[in-house]
Design a protein around this ligand. Structure first.
Ligand SMILES: [Zn+2]
Ligand SMILES: [Zn+2]
Length: 440
């Protein structure tokens, strides 16, 4: 109940149009040279000389030096060279202050309460303005112009949205009584939410997105929906790991004892818990659990490729056999090239991955990049290809397939493995045995 009172309070305040501006640091001192604000507790860290430059004030006014600052109240950019206000703010007591900017029209009398005769004293920079500027500033400070305009715009948009075809205003949805098993009262907007959700369930949509702000009681609305429209069998709640406990607690707190039997399906207890689904009303699980369970289930449906024996999801198998495997596979020109390249790489011959587009077989520059897999000189490469059954262009389809298979699966395939060793040895000799290409 305490939380509800708080929430209610919060909402009433909103209704009273209490300012949404973060509270300024007050009293405050401004140091114009370094453009720094100081609060009461920062003063002790300053030297006497530093203190001399401080100006005691509530805010400052200045012409915007850039067009980058944003107004803290309306969120709009404050354009360059227009008069703006700045006031000190800090997140926590021990943090340094920084400046929050406002349009002059977005000044909020409820927060700063500066009277006309105090302007000179409380707004640093006011004195530097000429009479016209001063008069305009004061007029704008009292206008609440942009803010009022923005809220009117918001209200208009809401009205238009509500009457249009996109959504349905909840006001036109019949009310639903608060379920008697709910242990706490519902706030007006929560009742509206419940009515809307019930309405959605009965429509052809059968569902929707409840996107209230944090802390407005989405969970309680969802729970009330469960109570208002009991379904056959358990209801599945999928949420992040961090919210599992919250769901458990809220169900316990907001429903009368024994109304909703709840179960958490997650972690090592999963298997044991799964047998009891039918006995409960709510099953809470996590995204991870759902994902891994899905993957495991889906894998059961994999089928074997009759050519290579690997397991594939049915739709992937078609693709696999069309392009990669079996007598009917048609490799595109590009795939053939890549396959040949990969095969040669996995055998440790030919150009290395890092410098595939250049001629890698000669020149001192190339040698630098080849510490891992030394290049094989041209003649030896041709030799090796011949030995391994690759044609002069470095490709022999069946072998390439086997090599690919080997590279993908890491399956122990005796001949290929041997070939690899030979290739390594050959390659090694290429470098050490012959010395450097320019050394001979
Ligand atoms: Zn503004
Ligand atoms: Zn296959």
């Amino acid at each position: 109940m305490g939380e509800f009172a708080q929430l209610d309070n919060f909402l009433t305040q909103e209704g009273n149009k209490k300012s949404n501006l973060p509270a300024p640091v007050s009293p405050a001192w401004y140091e114009p040279e370094s453009k720094t604000w100081y609060g009461q507790n920062d003063l002790s860290s300053l030297s006497k000389k530093e203190k001399q430059n401080l100006v005691s004030c509530t805010m400052f006014c200045q012409y915007a030096t850039t067009g980058r600052s944003k107004c803290r109240r309306c969120g709009e950019v404050i354009e360059k060279d227009i008069l703006r206000l700045g006031y000190p703010f800090r997140w926590r007591q021990q943090d340094p202050c920084f400046t929050m900017f406002l349009h002059t029209e977005c000044y909020d009398p409820a927060v700063f309460g500066i009277k006309e005769k105090e302007l000179r004293k409380k707004i640093y920079g006011y004195e530097a303005l000429n009479n016209t500027e001063r008069a305009r500033l004061w007029k704008e400070m009292r206008s609440e112009g942009q803010h009022a305009a923005a809220s009117k715009e918001g209200a208009d948009a809401t009205a238009e949205y509500s009457s249009g075809s996109v959504g349905r205003c909840t006001k036109s949805v019949p009310e639903v009584p608060v379920p008697k098993d709910l242990a706490v009262p519902m706030l007006p907007f929560q009742k509206e939410g419940l009515a809307w959700m019930c309405h959605q369930e009965e429509s052809s949509v059968r569902g929707g997105i409840l996107a209230d702000e944090m802390g407005m009681g989405k969970t309680i609305q969802a729970i009330s929906l469960l109570l208002a429209r009991p379904i056959k069998g358990p209801c599945l709640v999928i949420c992040p790991m961090a919210a599992v406990n919250q769901w458990m607690k809220e169900i316990e707190k907001f429903t009368k004892k024994g109304t909703l039997k709840t179960l958490v399906y997650h972690g090592s207890e999963k298997g044991r818990v799964a047998t009891q689904f039918k006995k409960c009303d709510v099953v809470i699980t996590t995204y991870q659990t759902l994902e891994s369970d899905y993957r495991r289930e889906a894998h059961k449906h994999r089928v074997k490729c009759k050519y290579c024996g690997k397991l594939f999801m049915p739709e992937k198998l078609t693709f696999h056999q069309r392009y990669f495997c079996g007598p009917n596979a048609e490799k595109t020109k590009k795939q053939q090239k890549t396959a040949a390249k990969k095969a040669m790489q996995s055998m440790g011959i030919g150009p290395s991955k890092s410098s595939s587009s250049t001629d890698t077989r000669a020149g001192p520059v190339n040698r630098v990049g080849h510490a891992e897999r030394p290049a094989v000189p041209g003649a030896e490469l041709v030799d090796l290809c011949e030995k391994k059954g690759l044609d002069s262009s470095g490709r022999k389809p069946e072998l390439v397939d086997r090599l690919m298979d080997f590279a993908v699966r890491g399956k122990t395939d005796e001949p290929v493995k041997k070939a690899r060793v030979v290739a390594r040895r050959e390659a090694g000799r290429g470098e050490t045995g012959r010395g450097s290409p320019n050394g001979g």
